[in-house]
Design a protein. Structure first.
Length: 258
C-alpha cells in the first residue's frame, strides 16, 4: 500500500536515501561550500553546486569544504542555481551547524571525517529546505518541490517508483483535474509527469547498480517487468548497457544471468 505523501510532506528523504553525502576539507579554490565572515565571525554561506569558486567572495573564507551529493547525477543538485548565498544571521539553525562545521574543519580530532560528512549532510539538508521554502522562478525540480499542489505528486513518484502511476492518479494526489495537472506540470517542471518518472527510475537504477545490485532485481525494484525492457530503457538514457556498472566478479557470468 502506498502511503499518502500529504501525510508526511517529506520532499527530501528520497534524495538522501538515494545519494550519500561525502565531504572533505578543501582549499577555497577547490571547494563548493564556503563559510565566509570577518575576524572569525561567520556571516555567509556560499554553495556552488556545479563549479568551483570563480569570483571574489568579498569576505574572508573561514571554512571551505567540497561536498559530493551525487553531482549532476542527483536531479535535485542538477536543479539548483549556479550559486546559492545565504546570510547566516537570517538562518539561526544553519548558523549553529555552520559554526560546528567551521570548528570541526579547523580541528584534527579522531573521527573527523565522519563528523564532516554528517555535519555537511545536516547543513545541506537545512539549505535545501530553505531553497524549497523560498521557491524557484525557473522551471525545474526545485520549482516542482516548492509548488504546494504539485509536490505531493512528485513525492508519490519518488517514494514509490515501481508503482504503475497514471496521470489520473497523480492528478488526484495533486488535487486537480487531469487537464489542469497536465498543463501545470510541464510549465513548472519543464517536463511531463511520465518523463519525470522515467528519469527518476533510471537515476535510482544507476545508483543501485553502482552499489552492486543485480540487473534483474534492480529492474523489478523500479517497476520494469523484465530485465530486457529495463536494459533497453537504460541504454537509451545513458548510452551504455546496465551491465557496465556491475562489479567485475559478476560481469564475467552476466551473459547467462540477466
Amino acid at each position: 500500500m502506498i502511503e499518502s505523501p500529504d501525510a508526511r510532506r517529506d520532499r527530501l528523504s528520497s534524495f538522501f536515501a538515494a545519494f550519500d553525502v561525502m565531504a572533505e576539507q578543501a582549499a577555497p579554490e577547490a571547494a563548493n561550500l564556503l563559510l565566509t565572515g570577518r575576524e572569525g565571525d561567520l556571516r555567509s554561506l556560499v554553495f556552488l553546486p556545479h563549479a568551483k569558486v570563480t569570483a571574489t567572495l568579498g569576505e574572508e573564507v573561514l571554512a571551505a569544504v567540497r561536498i559530493d551529493f551525487g553531482g549532476p547525477a542527483n536531479p535535485l543538485i542538477a536543479a539548483l542555481p549556479e550559486r546559492v548565498e545565504l546570510a547566516l544571521d537570517a538562518a539561526p539553525a544553519m548558523r549553529t551547524v555552520a559554526d560546528l562545521l567551521a570548528a570541526e574543519a579547523a580541528a584534527r580530532r579522531c573521527g573527523r571525517q565522519i563528523a564532516l560528512d554528517n555535519i555537511c549532510r545536516l547543513l545541506l539538508l537545512l539549505l535545501l529546505r530553505h531553497l524549497i521554502d523560498e521557491g524557484s522562478t525557473r522551471p525545474g525540480l526545485l520549482a516542482g518541490l516548492s509548488h504546494p499542489q504539485l509536490f505531493p505528486a512528485l513525492v508519490a513518484m519518488q517514494e514509490a517508483p515501481a508503482h504503475g502511476w497514471s496521470v489520473d492518479e497523480l492528478a488526484a494526489i495533486a488535487g486537480m483535474s487531469r487537464t489542469r495537472f497536465m498543463a501545470l506540470f510541464p510549465r513548472v517542471l519543464g517536463t511531463t509527469p511520465m518523463a519525470h518518472l522515467a528519469h527518476w527510475r533510471m537515476v535510482l537504477a544507476r545508483r543501485e547498480l553502482e552499489r552492486g545490485g543485480r540487473v534483474k532485481l534492480v529492474a523489478r525494484r523500479i517497476g520494469y517487468g523484465s530485465a530486457a525492457a529495463f536494459s533497453r530503457a537504460y541504454q537509451r538514457t545513458f548510452g551504455e548497457p546496465p551491465i557496465v556498472l556491475r562489479p567485475p566478479t559478476r560481469r564475467a557470468a552476466a551473459s547467462g544471468s540477466l
